[in-house]
Design a protein around this ligand. Structure first.
Ligand SMILES: [Zn+2]
Length: 128
């Protein structure tokens, strides 16, 4: 069990995308065929509760995961290709604190995803 968790940790460390449970499972099984999807689910829940990973929602009903990094960032999701672009913006960070402060709060967390279609691309997406 501990070894299987280690395999799953490795999969997460090596992921530079934002994989869902199925993808994590497939990558983990490639390293250790004995790993079950149930173990992956259980481990993800454990890691999420321990704040080792972040669960992300990109609006398609599938939970995505990434390692909890020191560096705070947000995501822009290309609704045509599904590509996920990470970004940081100091102005945005400042504004979030200002908004919370204006409402009488210290900001301790936030969720923000942007959804877009590539400029000049064929605008066939309706999902947002
Ligand atoms: Zn990310």
């Amino acid at each position: 069990m501990t070894d299987q968790r280690r395999v799953i940790s490795r999969v997460l460390s090596e992921a530079h995308d934002h994989p869902d449970v199925e993808q994590i499972y497939r990558r983990a099984v490639a390293l250790d065929p004995k790993i079950s999807i149930a173990t992956v689910y259980r481990t993800m829940k454990l890691y999420e509760d321990a704040n080792i990973i972040d669960r992300l929602d990109f609006g398609d009903g599938r939970a995505r995961y990434e390692e909890n990094r020191e560096e705070h960032h947000h995501h822009l999701i290309d609704v045509n290709s599904g590509a996920v672009i990470e970004f940081k913006n100091d102005e945005l960070e400042e504004m979030k604190h200002k908004i919370a402060a204006g409402l009488g709060y210290d900001l301790i967390g936030d969720r923000l995803e942007l959804y877009g279609v590539k400029k000049g691309g064929v605008g066939k997406a309706t999902k947002a």
